[in-house]
Design a protein around this ligand. Structure first.
Ligand code: AMP
Length: 226
């Protein structure tokens, strides 16, 4: 039985499940970068790059950005030196096509996924949570008015700029995102379960409790894969 030092993780879950929040904490704990395709895309939208302009219309309507765009992002990002000792993919893959591409990509790099952490939360709870999300218009830092509040609900603690509600966090768009999740992303639960990589964690409770459960689940499985 061998424990791999490197940790290559995927965080899977519906929008609002807390993937990003948990990925940030686990990223610090294991000293591996959080690779969030949503963050990379939002930054491209803010900078109005050609990719950002293309992605914006999909994101604003709650649709998934085409596979080839996000696969290109991940391919480039995983080759950065900070991903050598491991990474957390947050919000990728989101379709079976993306998962197949990721498997081919990692094989080419001589790497593999160690755990797929699936954070489960039901749809009604998600709709409640998402309405509290706010994002800084300048630096992109995310907050939640209840779970991770800024000192002033309208102002970013980090840079003092105004906070806004993302178009894709408004209720109608959120419902569309959930439909997208259930039809295109949820099949990955079965996909990774068949590969014995799936670790399901309930996404209900305090941020700390959920985080503890994720760590226990990962550490409990850590030496299982030779
Ligand atoms: P997130 O912050 O992960 O919820 O992503 C926000 C939005 O970015 C999603 O609703 C999609 O429009 C787009 N996006 C992020 N990651 C992906 C992905 N892996 N595949 C397709 N679209 C994505």
């Amino acid at each position: 039985m061998t424990c791999s030092e490197n940790m290559n993780l995927i965080f899977l879950g519906p929008p609002g499940a807390g993937k990003g929040t948990q990925a940030k904490i686990i990223s610090r704990k294991y000293s591996i970068p959080q690779v969030s395709t949503g963050d990379i895309l939002r930054s491209a939208v803010r900078e109005s790059t050609p990719m950002g302009i293309r992605a914006k219309e999909y994101m604003d309507s709650g649709a998934l950005v085409p596979d080839e765009v996000v696969i290109g992002i991940v391919e480039e990002r995983l080759q950065q030196p900070d991903c050598e000792k491991g990474f957390i993919l947050d919000g990728f893959p989101r379709t079976v096509g993306q998962a197949d591409s990721l498997a081919r990509l990692l094989e080419g790099f001589g790497k593999r996924i160690d755990h797929v952490v699936s954070i489960s939360v039901d749809d009604e709870e998600l709709l409640k949570r998402i309405s509290g999300r706010r994002t800084c218009e300048k630096c992109g830092k995310g907050y939640h008015l209840i779970f991770d509040p800024p000192k002033d609900p309208a102002v970013c603690d980090a840079c003092g700029s105004a906070l806004f509600q993302r178009d894709d966090d408004k209720e109608e768009t959120m419902r569309k995102r959930l439909v997208e999740y259930n039809s295109k992303t949820a099949p990955l639960i079965q996909y990774y379960s068949e590969k014995s990589l799936l670790r399901v964690v309930a996404g209900i409770g305090s941020i700390e409790d959920i985080c503890d459960n994720i760590i226990k689940t990962i550490d409990g499985c850590r030496c299982d894969n030779p």
